[in-house]
Design a protein around this ligand. Structure first.
Ligand SMILES: [Ca+2]
Ligand SMILES: [Ca+2]
Ligand SMILES: [Ca+2]
Ligand SMILES: [Ca+2]
Length: 297
C-alpha cells in the first residue's frame, strides 16, 4: 500500500479505483428493491422483508374485501292467478245481470223480474200490495190486498189506505140529525165515508095524536164500484138487530126500509143506530148514505 492514498481505497487490476465496499452493498440493496417492485401487489409477501434491519416494507394493502354480492332480488311472488270462476265481473247484456256471481251460469238474472227489478236483489215488495216489475218504470202495484187501496196514486207507497177499517165505534156514531117519520119526506143530508162506520138518526113522530100514521124510514147506501158494504139497524149498541141488508157483490147498493106502528097517545119517535159494515173491496171512493122518513116500505 503506497503512501498518499486514502485509507480504505484499493486498486483494481488496472489501478481503477474500486468503490468502497459500502457502495457495493448499496447497489445490492437497490437491486433487491427492483425485485420487490416486481411483486404482484397484494399478493405473496405483502409484508415486506426487513431489509438492512431498518426498512420495514410497507404493509401491503389489505385486499379489498370482495364486494358482497347484492342480495339477490327476492323473486316476485308468483301471481296467484284468478281464482277459478270468481274472477272479474261479467259483461252482461242489457236487462240481465250476474247477480249470483257465478260465472258458469252467466248473467242469470232478468232485471225485469219481480226479484231483481232494475237491480240485483231489488224485489218488488210494496206495502199491502202485490208488486210487479215493469221495466224502467220499476215496481208497480199489481193488486192491493183486500181492504187496502192506493189512494195517493203513488206506487212506491203501495196500497197505503186501509179502506175497510172501522173509523168509529158504536158508542160514538155520527149524528145525522132528525127527520119526521110519519109525515112529509124529510131526508138527511147525504153522509159519506169509507170503511165501516156507525151513524145514528132520530126519526120523530110529528102527529102523536093521530093513531093512523105509522112511522118509517128508508136507508139507501150507495157503494163504490169495487166495494161491498152491508147495512144493519140496531136498537142499541150490543143490542138487537132490527133489520139488515146484505146483498153480496162489490158495487151493489144496499137499501133498507123499516116501519113501526103508531101508538095512541104515546110518542113513538126513536133513534136508529145504523152500522155500515165493510165486507170486501179496496176503493178510495166513499159510500154515501141517505135516510128518508115517512116512506112506504
Ligand atoms: Ca251468474
Ligand atoms: Ca200508494
Ligand atoms: Ca104515537
Ligand atoms: Ca152488500
Amino acid at each position: 500500500m503506497g503512501r498518499g492514498k486514502p485509507a480504505g481505497a484499493r486498486e483494481g487490476a488496472r489501478g481503477t479505483p474500486v468503490a468502497p465496499l459500502g457502495g457495493v452493498r448499496r447497489l445490492a440493496s437497490a437491486s433487491l428493491g427492483l425485485l420487490l417492485l416486481g411483486c404482484t401487489a397484494g399478493s405473496g409477501d405483502d409484508t415486506g422483508p426487513s431489509l438492512d434491519g431498518g426498512f420495514t416494507g410497507s404493509t401491503g394493502n389489505t385486499g379489498n374485501t370482495g364486494n358482497t354480492g347484492n342480495t339477490g332480488n327476492t323473486g316476485n311472488t308468483g301471481n296467484t292467478g284468478n281464482t277459478g270462476n270468481t274472477g272479474g265481473e261479467l259483461t252482461c247484456e242489457p236487462g240481465t245481470a250476474d247477480c249470483d256471481h257465478v260465472r258458469d251460469n252467466g248473467c242469470e238474472a232478468d232485471l225485469n223480474s219481480d226479484d231483481h227489478c232494475g237491480a240485483c236483489g231489488h224485489a218488488c215488495i210494496l206495502p199491502n200490495a202485490e208488486g210487479s216489475c215493469n221495466g224502467t218504470a220499476g215496481c208497480l202495484i199489481k193488486t192491493c190486498l183486500d181492504g187496502f187501496a192506493d189512494c195517493d196514486d203513488d206506487d212506491a207507497t203501495g196500497c197505503e189506505q186501509e179502506v175497510g177499517a172501522p173509523s168509529n165505534a158504536c158508542s160514538g156514531p155520527d149524528d145525522l140529525g132528525s127527520i119526521a117519520g110519519d109525515s112529509g119526506s124529510d131526508s138527511t143530508s147525504p153522509r159519506q165515508g169509507t170503511g165501516s162506520r156507525w151513524v145514528r138518526v132520530r126519526v120523530t113522530e110529528e102527529y102523536s095524536w093521530n093513531p093512523f100514521y105509522d112511522l118509517s124510514a128508508s136507508l139507501r147506501l150507495e157503494v163504490p164500484a169495487d166495494g161491498d158494504y152491508d147495512l144493519t139497524i140496531w136498537d142499541s149498541c150490543g143490542g138487537r138487530a132490527l133489520a139488515s141488508a146484505h146483498k153480496s157483490g162489490e158495487g151493489v147498493d144496499e137499501q133498507l126500509c123499516v116501519t113501526w106502528s103508531d101508538t095512541f097517545n104515546e110518542d113513538d119517535s126513536r133513534t136508529l143506530l145504523i152500522e155500515i159494515h165493510f165486507t170486501s173491496g179496496g176503493s178510495c171512493d166513499p159510500w154515501t148514505l141517505t135516510v128518508t122518513g115517512a116512506v112506504s116500505c
